[in-house]
Design a protein around this ligand. Structure first.
Ligand SMILES: *Cc1c(COP(=O)(O)O)cnc(C)c1O
Length: 499
């Protein structure tokens, strides 16, 4: 049993719905008696709009409310509780210092409509962040507008379309390798492009010949996820870029996983024309649960005329928003991007500096390779070569005992770990995609490895234990399809689950 396992057996409470709590007349406030004459509500609002009570409205005290929501928050699992090795998602620890900076009153209370003259600090921060990200990527300009990675992809493909359109023909197709992220074909299709798949080679990377085969003058560009969803660095990008540029196409890089090579290599130097960054992954801003992220798009000079408005420009020693870009693709979101998120990314970059960023990437890569080497042979490795920030196993060995990826993932919860990404990427049957990130210590990685080894042993010796997992969490195995399609929000655990 690992240190983590202990944590799953703490003092957890079952919690009824808030509607099932309280008692008639109980309130959560105390107000002084009114010292002005009371007015009957029906003197202010027509009677037909008034009702005597709100059916089922919970009548609870302050402590009822606080305990209700605090207890439910303890049912949750997050990066502040433990390792969260969700491949492709980069669930790394977010330094609290970022939060401190985001709460500085001058930033936190800035209003999007306040005049430029009193927004100079905020504009300077955006301008400087653009310079940092451009330098990190080897690109000329950066739009900070997009709200997330997929939104950045969409914006990037819009730039490519605008570029081709300005030359008289938007073209028809986008090439997308089978190891790309699933959002890539979606972004291309939303932009009106037909998606042409490119099969990756036996080493898990795209081969230049495969691109040359399908590249022609109808192709607007290629979208390469690098590192790809196998956690493998696309080592032929330079040659691929030459082939695509040779026929007038553009090279898009999905840079969501820049954390694998930030500070080490620059996409701009590899021939990439446009790339999105997921600051909520690489630059440690909180994410998950659908909260705001940011997906800045970095681009080469020839795409700059098409950038979304507004851009932030420095004029003399003043900073200003520029809406005057006649060829712009327009606005891609309200105001100036997810400012609070960008501010956290700025803080992270300034805190780590160039050597710190590079070190973060190195440690992320070492951590993933450490896990890969320790579990190799125990779990099947479909592409047996050094990985970048994540490694991909599958369930081929465990399937001899009829234990599948889903069972392994569920059993990990009993050991106190959030499961890794499963059944993705699609090109690996029964994939287990593990991304430890650089913020986990060797001790935590060893606990995770021990848990994975224990599960492999259980699969051989006691398959039912794994197939029926999880056993420790308050909720056991669910019908996942039904849970997603017909969620029963009124369900609650039976008392017997109480530890
Ligand atoms: C996470 C990820 C995305 C999507 O990013 P969102 O911010 O969730 O929209 C796209 N591509 C890759 C490679 C990713 O890892």
């Amino acid at each position: 049993m690992s240190r983590q396992t202990v944590g799953t057996r703490g003092l957890h409470f079952n919690e009824p719905l808030i509607f099932e709590q309280g008692s008639p007349g109980r309130v959560g406030y105390s107000l002084p008696a009114t010292d002005v004459p009371e007015k009957k509500p029906d003197r202010l609002i027509p009677k037909k709009f008034l009702r005597d009570d709100i059916p089922g409205f919970p009548e609870v005290s302050e402590v009822d409310v606080v305990r209700h929501f605090t207890r439910m928050s303890q049912w949750n699992y997050g990066i502040d509780l433990g390792m969260y090795p969700l491949g492709s998602c980069t669930m790394k620890y977010n330094p609290r210092f970022n939060e401190d900076m985001a709460r500085l009153p001058g930033f936190a209370r800035a209003h999007p409509y306040q005049p430029e003259s009193v927004s100079q600090g905020a504009l300077q921060l955006l301008w400087e962040l653009e310079q940092y990200l451009a330098e990190i990527c080897g690109m000329d300009r950066v739009s900070l507008q997009p709200s997330a990675g997929a939104h950045g992809e969409l914006t990037g493909i819009m730039l490519i379309r605008a570029y081709h359109t300005s030359k008289g023909n938007p073209r028809k197709k986008i090439l997308i390798p089978d190891s790309a992220h699933g959002t890539n074909p979606a972004s291309s299709a939303v932009c009106g492009y037909q998606v042409v798949p490119v099969k990756s080679g036996p080493r898990g990377a795209v081969e230049p010949a495969a691109v040359a085969d399908v590249m022609d003058e109808e192709v607007a560009g290629i979208m390469v996820t690098n590192p790809n969803t196998l956690g493998i660095f696309e080592d032929h990008v330079v040659e691929i870029a030459k082939i695509v540029h040779g026929k007038g196409g553009q090279v898009y890089c999905d840079g969501a996983n820049l954390n694998a090579f930030v500070g080490i290599a620059r996409p701009g130097d590899m021939g990439v024309d446009v790339i999105q960054l997921n600051v909520h992954k690489t630059f440690s801003t909180p994410h998950g649960g659908g909260g705001p992220g940011a997906g800045p798009v970095a681009l080469k000079r020839h795409l700059a005329p098409f950038m979304p408005v507004p851009t932030v420009e420095m004029k003399g020693n003043r900073f200003a928003l520029n809406y005057d870009l006649p060829k712009s693709v327009g606005k891609v979101r309200s105001f100036y991007g997810s400012f609070g998120v960008l501010l956290r990314a700025y803080t992270y970059i300034r805190t780590l500096g160039p050597t710190g960023l590079r070190r973060a990437a190195e440690v992320a890569v070492i951590n993933a390779n450490y896990i890969m080497s320790q579990l190799k042979g125990i779990y099947h490795l479909p592409y047996d070569r050094f990985c970048k920030h994540e490694c991909v196993f599958d369930d081929a060995i465990q399937m001899h005992d009829n234990v599948k990826t889903l069972d392994i993932a569920k059993r990990l919860m009993d050991y106190g770990f959030h499961p890794p990404t499963i059944y993705f990427p699609l090109i690996v049957h029964g994939a287990l995609m593990i991304e430890p990130t650089e913020t986990e210590s060797k001790e935590t990685l060893d606990e995770f490895i021990a848990a994975m080894k224990a599960i492999a042993r259980e699969a051989r010796e006691n398959g039912d234990l794994v197939r029926n997992a999880p056993h420790n969490p308050r909720v056991g195995r669910m019908d996942e399809t039904k849970a997603a399609r017909q969620p029963n929000l009124r369900w609650r655990p039976k008392r017997k689950n109480v530890e």
